[in-house]
Design a protein around this ligand. Structure first.
Ligand code: IPE
Ligand code: IPE
Ligand code: MG
Length: 225
């Protein structure tokens, strides 16, 4: 039986969820943040899941209207401040990935605060991908190695990435079937699951069903059965 140690999710469909209700797109992000909490809590209670990586803001998302970007930054700040007790209660360690240097000093401070306060937690790792793009991550990793005397091998490259654990199960909500620059290296052998459910409607129950299906898949990694 396969165990999904590392689950990664492209949380897509917030805007469409809101628009379908005659609401502004940002309403979808707000409800989406509640789903982040529910899914994280579910995974933290699942002893076999080690890491949950959630795509929250891509390197390409800066192209969105200024007001939407500003809303997302404020929402992230608020979410992290409000959720700190929940991280601690559920023994969840917060480990962001992405180029955080692009964020405001005060948002970087909030992010670092939650990283520091949860550093001792040894349950689930919740990794939010923030200003994350897999191409940017690979370029930063290669430049990091170039500054040392190390040669580039799959191992040195993997260790220089923000996210060092291969993905077992990659889920995208919202109906589109693409990776949108998410974890291109780490998902080399991930099982891919695309669901039509929009992120604000995604539930722990649906995740449970996806994990159950995943557990029955035969993973060969290029070998034979
Ligand atoms: C995903 O939902 C959240 C972010 C990218 C921040 P979208 O905002 O992309 O929602 P849709 O895809 O437009 O419905
Ligand atoms: C992917 O969703 C990024 C996040 C979920 C943060 P997008 O909505 O930005 O992706 P595209 O533009 O449809 O590929
Ligand atoms: Mg989208």
């Amino acid at each position: 039986m396969n165990i999904a140690k590392h689950i990664a999710i492209i949380m897509d469909g917030n805007g469409r969820w809101a628009e379908a209700r005659g609401e502004k797109r940002v309403k979808g992000h707000e409800v989406g943040a509640d789903v982040v909490r529910d899914i994280t809590t579910y995974c933290s209670n699942h002893p076999q899941i080690e890491r949950l990586t959630l795509y929250a803001f891509s390197t390409e998302n800066w192209k969105r209207p200024r007001l939407e970007v500003e809303f997302l930054m404020k929402l992230l700040d608020r979410y992290l401040k409000n959720e700190l007790p929940k991280y601690l209660e559920n023994n969840v360690r917060f480990e962001p990935i992405g180029d955080l240097s692009a964020f405001s000093a005060s948002l970087q401070k909030t992010i670092q605060h939650v990283v520091d306060k949860t550093a001792h937690c040894n349950g689930l790792v919740q990794s939010l991908a923030l200003n994350y793009g897999a191409q940017d991550e690979l370029v930063r990793a290669i430049n990091k190695i170039k500054r040392t005397s190390e040669t580039i091998t799959p191992e040195t490259l993997s260790n220089a990435l923000d996210c060092k654990q291969d993905v077992d199960l990659l889920i995208r909500t919202g109906g589109d079937k693409r990776l949108s620059n998410f974890l291109l290296w780490q998902a080399a052998y991930a099982e891919l699951c695309f669901v039509d459910t929009l992120w604000p409607d995604f539930t722990p129950n649906e995740l449970e069903g996806i994990i159950a299906n995943f557990s029955k898949i035969e993973r060969r990694f290029g070998g034979l059965k």
